[in-house]
Design a protein around this ligand. Structure first.
Ligand code: SF4
Length: 258
């Protein structure tokens, strides 16, 4: 029978892996551990979380560095990044999310089995970063996927990513097998895949967006108008109809069998 030395028992107790109320007599502590199903279940999940192998931009280099020998993700049982969403628990969105990539990212997320988690790594994934309001970049992956942990930075260091992973572990440890969605009838549902095309952000509305995000003054200054408030330029009916026609054509094309 495996045994636990007294120091190991104390360590498990301090880490709150043992049952809160049931006390094991001292003479049995090297052989008997009492815990709850939730604690055992969460400990095993958080100690072998498998990240999905993909990166989007410069943040991915830091993620790769985190997995290499100096920082060593194997301390968390995470060293093998999985090349298939069906074997992964964790999606680390590391880099700039472009409009072209976001449908693929959401589709991959839908292919991951429950329980699944999303970590948004860096300013780009979290809010568009230096490319916010760019013509091809979405302003945050959380507009499309449920994000569990955000790691700020441009790029975040490996230490920051490790801190984010530890925060995710804490979140996992707070879950209860009796309440999690994936064992219940109302499991967390399919996330609609966004479509390419006229969507998300119209650069012609830049003044309106500036006013909403930075305030009136920002819109005036950016226009060089001094005290004059710049009114947003609204889309004409022709342009709206044109965009709607493109969208309808696109949807019809998507419904055709491959
Ligand atoms: S947050 Fe900075 S480092 Fe990360 S992908 Fe964006 S620009 Fe690159």
């Amino acid at each position: 029978m495996a045994s636990v030395d007294p120091a190991g028992f104390q360590q498990l107790k301090e880490q709150q892996y043992l049952h809160d109320q049931i006390t094991v007599p001292a003479e049995l502590q090297s052989n008997v551990l009492v815990t709850t199903l939730d604690k055992a279940y969460n400990w095993s999940r958080r100690s072998s979380m498998w990240p999905l192998l993909f990166g989007l931009a410069c943040c991915a280099i830091e993620m790769i560095a985190t997995a290499a020998s100096r920082y060593d993700l194997s301390r968390f049982g995470m060293e093998v990044m999985r090349p298939s969403p069906r074997q992964s628990d964790l999606m680390i969105v590391s880099g700039t999310v472009t409009k072209k990539m976001v449908p693929a990212i959401v589709r991959i997320y839908n292919q991951m089995a429950e329980p699944r988690y999303v970590l948004s790594m860096g300013a780009c994934a979290t809010g568009g970063g230096p490319f916010k309001e760019g013509y091809n970049v979405v302003s945050g992956i959380d507009k499309y996927l449920p994000v569990d942990v955000y790691v700020p930075g441009c790029p975040p260091t490996p230490e920051a990513l490790i801190f984010g992973l530890m925060k995710l572990h804490e979140k996992v440890e707070r879950q209860s097998i009796a309440k999690v969605a994936w064992y219940r009838k109302e499991s967390s549902g399919f996330v609609p895949v966004p479509i390419l095309g006229p969507d998300i952000f119209d650069p012609r509305q830049i003044q309106l967006i500036r006013e909403n995000t930075l305030g009136e003054g920002a819109a005036s200054r950016s226009s060089g108008g001094g005290e004059v408030r710049v009114m947003p330029e609204l889309l004409s009916d022709d342009v709206k109809q044109n965009l709607e026609a493109i969208r309808t054509r696109y949807l019809a094309k998507m419904k055709q069998p491959a």
